[in-house]
Design a protein. Sequence first.
Length: 336
Amino acid sequence: MLDKFNDATLLVTGGTGSFGKTFVPMTLASHKVKKIIIFSRDEMKQWEMAKDFQDDPRVRFFIGDVRDRERLYRACDGVDYIVHAAATKIVPTAEYNPFECIKTNVNGAMNVIDAAIDRKVKGVVALSTDKASSPINLYGASKLASDKLFVAGNAYAGGNDTAFSVVRYGNVMGSRGSVIPFFYSQRDEDTLPITDTRMTRFMITLREGVELVWHAFEDMVGGEIYVRKIPSMNVVDIARVVAPQASHKIVGIRPGEKIHEQMVGLEDAPYTYEYDDYYKILPAIHAWHSSAERIKGGRKVADDFVYSSDNNTEWMTSEALAGWIDTNREDLAKPL
C-alpha cells in the first residue's frame, strides 16, 4: 500500500482509456484514496465508465481536454497527485494529423505541468512509450518532447515541491490499438495480416503498467524515467497463438512503425541504472544522474547498453500468452 495515497485526491488525464479503466479499480481496492477524478474529453466513454462506479462516491468525472489550459486548472483544484495518461497514441493517426498530435502530446504536457505547479500538486507521473526512445515517428518524437518537459518540470517548479517523473513501457497486452485484440477480432478469418515476420514487441499487462506507476510515485524524487523489465515476443508467434488455424499475409509496416521496440537507447546508457524489476533513466541535466538520492543503490548499466525487444534476455512463451488470453477472453471479445 502506498502511504502517500492515504486520503489523497488523484486526477487521471485520459482516464477513460485502457490504462485508466484498470488503474482506477486497482487503486481503489489497494489504497485508501479520498477521491479519483477521471479527466477526459469523451462524454460517452465517461458515461459508460461511470456505470461501473455509480455506487462509489470516491470516483468523479470531469469533462475536459488537456489542450484546454483553463479547464485543466479547474480540474486540478485540490488535487494531490496526477497520472497523465492522455495522448494521441496511434502511430499512423499522428503521421497524418501532426498538428493535432503536437497539440495534445506536447502542448497538453505543458498545460499539465503548469497546472500541477500552480495548483501545488505534490506529484505527477506521466505515461510514456517505447516509441519515445530513438523516435522515428511523430508520436514517438512528441512523447520524447513530453518526457523532456516533465523531467525539466522539476527545475521549472522552482521553490514549489511538485515532483514530476515518467514511466515508459511497450505494447500493453489487451489495450486498444495493440496487436492482440486486433488478431483476436480476426481469429475466425482464414488469413491474418502480418506487417513483418521479423517484428518483435515487448509484452506488458495493464496490471503491470499500473504497478509501475505506483512504484514511480513511491520511489521518485523527480526527473526519473522508469522502465519495467518485461518479456518480448515475435509477432508471428503472437498470431499463431491467437489464431493457430489462420495463414499469414505480409502487408508491410505502417507509416512510422518500427520493426523492434526500444525503451532504453544507447544515448541513455550513461544515465541508466538497473534494479531487480526495472531500469531507471536519470536526467542528464543539473547533474541529477549522479544524485545518490535518485540512484538508491541501482547498478550502473554498461556504456553500450540498449534495451530493445529483439535483444531482450526474457521472452514470453506461447503457453504463457495462451494462458493470458484464456483469462482475458471476455475483455478481448469487446469491440475495438
